[in-house]
Design a protein around this ligand. Structure first.
Ligand code: IPM
Ligand code: MG
Length: 364
């Protein structure tokens, strides 16, 4: 099984190193090869997604990704910015289905900025369409306005668009995921204003006929943003477009109080995927050895489950993460009074230790 390892920028290198360490103790035939991506790749070769990195990702069975981005690249032309690396990988590899679970771990209930009773036991799944919408819609650009409020003025524009097959395929992903959970899908749209999202809603309803066992409801995106902080536990699977999904998934992640704990998967139609933590490159704490590697370690578990067909190995990682939390080990982002503060490497070592201890128990 070939894994392309793309650590990227900021804390990316530190957290990916820990996930690689964890993968290595699993006794699986994994071939891992690294390549630069994002700002690191721009520094090395002048492009955030060099041809060789893209090729490595294409040839792999799965991709383990860290994070990209740094303020120092904000002034670069758009095609050279680190973010283009992740957008390019999504586009070139057809990674249209983005899974972003928001789980509130029992031991971390108090880390949330919401009242504990609102988030205790929270387990929702945001499914974000990842290769369409206003992110990729053409045309886009700058021009002189020929109409509107200020004809003759300079203007910028993007295009929001979704085709029927794009909506259908993400709808199927959402209904199938809901079948394995609490059988409820909330489709988030802005059908009251946008043609694109009236169409989105219509197609969702059509596809839902094939899943009579799954309940479908619809919510406008503004209301969904409100309901997520009002009563997040009412959701099960949320399916939405690229732009709304970007925004709502950050909101949902923060409900758990521990964005440093949340993995994500971006899958193509054959379940080949890119796996990355839900958080970003955090340049402010990069190189300090304090970042939480658990989201990346859990992303590696998702990779074993979704793309590499190794559910048992994935379960071992998940159990090891539960075990280190139960031991009271915490990185700074999730630390609270009475727990033990550890650094990135110590946290990775503790997960490795938890895995090897259970291995010994199983063998003896
Ligand atoms: C995300 C990020 C990206 C996005 C950026 C880095 C391009 O915010 O994965 O949510 O907008 O999709
Ligand atoms: Mg985002």
């Amino acid at each position: 099984m070939k894994i392309a390892v793309l650590p990227g920028d900021g804390i990316g290198t530190e957290i990916v190193a820990e996930a690689v360490k964890v993968l290595k103790v699993l006794d699986l035939p994994l071939e891992m090869e690294s390549a630069p991506v994002g700002g690191a790749a721009y520094e090395a070769s002048g492009h955030p997604l060099p041809e060789a990195t893209l090729q490595l990702a294409k040839d792999a069975d799965a991709i383990l990704f860290g994070a990209v981005g740094d303020w120092k690249y904000d002034k670069l032309d758009r095609p050279l910015r680190p973010e283009q690396a992740i957008l390019g990988l999504r586009k070139h590899l057809g990674l249209f289905a983005n899974f972003r679970p928001a789980i509130c771990y029992e031991q971390l209930t108090h880390a949330s900025s919401l009242k504990p009773e609102l988030v205790a036991g929270l387990d929702i799944l945001i499914i974000r369409e990842l290769t369409g919408d206003i992110y990729f819609g053409q045309p886009r650009g700058r021009r002189t306005a020929v109409d509107g409020h200020f004809p003759g003025a300079e203007e910028a524009f993007d295009t929001m668009r979704y085709s029927r097959p794009e909506i259908e395929r993400i709808a199927h992903v959402a209904f199938q995921a809901a079948r394995k959970r609490n059988k409820k899908v909330t489709s988030v749209d802005k059908a009251n204003v946008l043609e694109t999202f009236q169409f989105w809603k219509d197609v969702m309803i059509e596809v839902s006929a094939q899943y009579p066992d799954v309940e479908l409801d619809h919510m406008y995106v503004d209301n969904a943003a409100m309901q997520l902080v009002k009563a997040p536990k009412k959701f099960d699977v949320v399916v939405t477009g690229n732009m709304f999904g970007d925004i709502l998934s950050d909101e949902a992640a923060m409900l758990t109080g521990s964005i440093g704990m949340l993995p994500s998967a971006s899958l193509d139609k054959n379940n080949k995927g890119l796996y990355e933590p839900s958080h970003g490159s955090a340049p402010d704490i990069a190189g300090k050895g304090i970042a939480n590697p658990l989201a990346t370690i859990l992303s590696a578990a998702m990779m074993l489950k979704f793309s590499l067909n190794q559910p048992q190995a994935a379960a071992r990682i998940e159990a090891a993460v539960q075990s280190v939390l139960a031991q009271g080990l915490r990185t700074a982002d999730i630390w609270s009074e009475g727990t033990t503060k550890v650094g990135t490497r110590e946290m990775g070592d503790a997960v490795v230790a938890a895995i090897t201890t259970t291995t010994k128990t199983i063998k003896s």
